[in-house]
Design a protein around this ligand. Structure first.
Ligand SMILES: Cc1cc2nc3c(=O)[nH]c(=O)nc-3n(C[C@H](O)[C@H](O)[C@H](O)COP(=O)(O)OP(=O)(O)OC[C@H]3O[C@@H](n4cnc5c(N)ncnc54)[C@H](O)[C@@H]3O)c2cc1C
Length: 453
């Protein structure tokens, strides 16, 4: 790819296969993805993004877009093509008066939280601090605060975006309202987002951590978990459960609460039954600063390992579903793998299904199977376990999935991620990206594109 025309108007760096930074720059979270772009345009700001998009359009290129590089399906990197890389765009401006933050799309959640915590503010963000805010926000964004504050996309007030025409525009309730709606969950389908304005909340200290039980007790623990979360939790309390292994290799089931209210005594009271149930081998629950909670699981998902995902929302979790979940947890093929049950309720479920592009708001559990391992020779074994686990849980599937949990082989499930909102998303896609310039994503198609591309 001849990038001289781009270099002439670019302030950032253009990294090509000869550059010393090339190998590091094409590496993303999932080591299964080993792609070799022809050029990585590492943007310094919105003007560079606009130059890169115009270059792509002029040269008939379908670029990939990189934020934090965390997407399991490897959407941020493309073989032989152009990557528009925003990872150096880390500007953030926090306004404590209006309780808003304007953030550029190269930030990770850890970097975002670090700055907003300084002002005593937080908003819903991802569970791993190294995940990019870009892809997570654009997919909808689930996290610990969603009972209290809603999804990440429920708290976005505007998006600055370079669309396929090469224009930098703002999408908000007052400008390009159709695009604003679509960006709330529609992923990278509509252009390159340069910054987002977030609504922030006065949350500084939370009560979180985990209670660990031996996997041998998983059936009772998970049935208790189901009954506990379905008993009508207050918005301030969100609880996930996961089957995983401790760092020294012991398989456990973890109950992981996050309480974000402003009366700690009430939080302790609510968490008491969770801590007292059964005979836990460890109780790590305590008050902590919000950013500490956001980093507490980082160790389970480091960069550079191989990973394969399968996921589905569940409409309920009867005893038979728990039994199936535990059977597969017991036959897990890698000590690094995780099977997670994410319960959602409260603010997230009070937003109308068609108010944003993200439609799945009433199914109580999200099953997220994350296989993680190190050795390429073992790929088939771990992938097979993940697929069999997912298939066995199908009887309880709600027939919907979070778009950011789709893996490389899940392209056919994109309509499942958007349900009744897919048709409207196709209309917005046709308006802002009629040639499907932005197709290196979980792609939303318009009728005329379905046959040709
Ligand atoms: C370990 C782990 C934990 C996770 N935990 C959570 C969680 O708690 N909550 C949750 O909601 N999700 C979670 N996810 C999923 C996460 O939301 C997605 O992986 C998301 O794509 C990551 O964003 P990124 O910017 O790092 O991705 P990247 O890989 O950089 O980008 C992914 C895709 O997003 C789009 N994109 C990125 N930047 C832009 C941009 N500036 N403009 C337009 N499109 C863009 C593009 O389509 C791109 O291909 C997790 C993922 C991992 C691997």
């Amino acid at each position: 790819m001849d990038t001289r025309a781009l270099a002439a108007q670019f302030r950032g760096e253009i990294i090509t296969p000869g550059s010393t930074e090339y190998e590091a720059s094409r590496t993303i979270w999932n080591a299964m993805i080993d792609r070799r772009p022809a050029a990585i345009a590492r943007c310094s700001g919105p003007a560079d993004v606009r130059a890169a998009v115009r270059f792509a359009v002029d040269h008939g290129i379908y670029p990939a877009i990189r934020g934090g590089g965390h997407n399991a399906a490897g959407l941020a990197i493309v073989d032989d093509g152009l990557v528009i890389d925003l990872s150096e765009m880390k500007g953030i401006y926090v306004d404590p008066i209006s309780r808003t933050a304007i953030a550029q799309m190269g930030l990770t959640w850890g970097e975002f939280d670090r700055e907003t915590h300084l002002y005593g503010l937080a908003t819903t963000g991802g569970l791993i601090s190294t995940t990019g805010i870009a892809g997570l926000t654009l997919g909808g964004g689930v996290g610990w605060l969603m009972g209290q504050c809603g999804l990440v996309c429920d708290n976005t007030l505007s998006y600055d975006i370079v669309v396929a025409s090469g224009e930098l525009i703002r999408a908000s309730p007052d400008e390009h309202a159709d695009l604003f709606w679509a960006l709330k969950g529609g992923g990278g389908n509509f252009g390159v987002v340069t910054s987002v304005t977030y609504r922030m909340y006065p949350i500084t200290t939370v009560i979180s951590g985990m209670v660990l039980h031996p996997l041998a007790h998983a059936r009772e623990v998970l049935k208790f978990y189901r009954d506990f979360v379905m008993s009508g939790l207050p918005d301030e309390l969100t609880v996930y459960a996961a089957a995983l292994s401790t760092p020294d290799g012991h398989p456990v089931v973890a109950l992981i609460p996050a309480w974000c209210g402003d009366n700690p005594a009430e939080g302790e009271r609510l968490l008491d039954p969770l801590r007292k149930f059964g005979s836990p081998i460890a109780d790590l629950i305590s008050p902590m600063p919000y950013p500490a909670m956001q980093q507490m699981l980082d160790g389970v998902a480091p960069f550079g390992l191989r990973s394969y995902w399968k996921s589905s929302f569940l409409r309920d979790l009867p005893d038979a579903a728990v039994d199936t979940f535990v059977e597969f947890a017991e036959s897990c093929t890698s000590p690094r793998s995780l099977a997670v049950l994410e319960h959602s309720h409260g603010a997230v479920s009070r937003v109308k299904l068609d108010a944003t592009a993200f439609p799945t708001r009433s199914d109580p559990f999200d099953l997220v199977l994350i296989s993680v391992w190190n050795n390429a020779a073992e790929d088939a074994r771990h992938i097979d376990w993940t697929r069999r686990f997912y298939s066995a849980m199908r009887p309880w599937s709600a027939g919907s999935v979070y778009v950011n949990s789709l893996d490389q082989d899940d392209a056919a499930r994109v309509p499942e991620a958007y349900g009744p909102n897919y048709a409207k998303l196709s209309v917005v896609k046709a308006a802002y990206d009629p040639d499907n310039r932005f197709r290196r994503n979980q792609n939303i198609r318009v009728q005329s594109q379905a046959a040709g591309n």
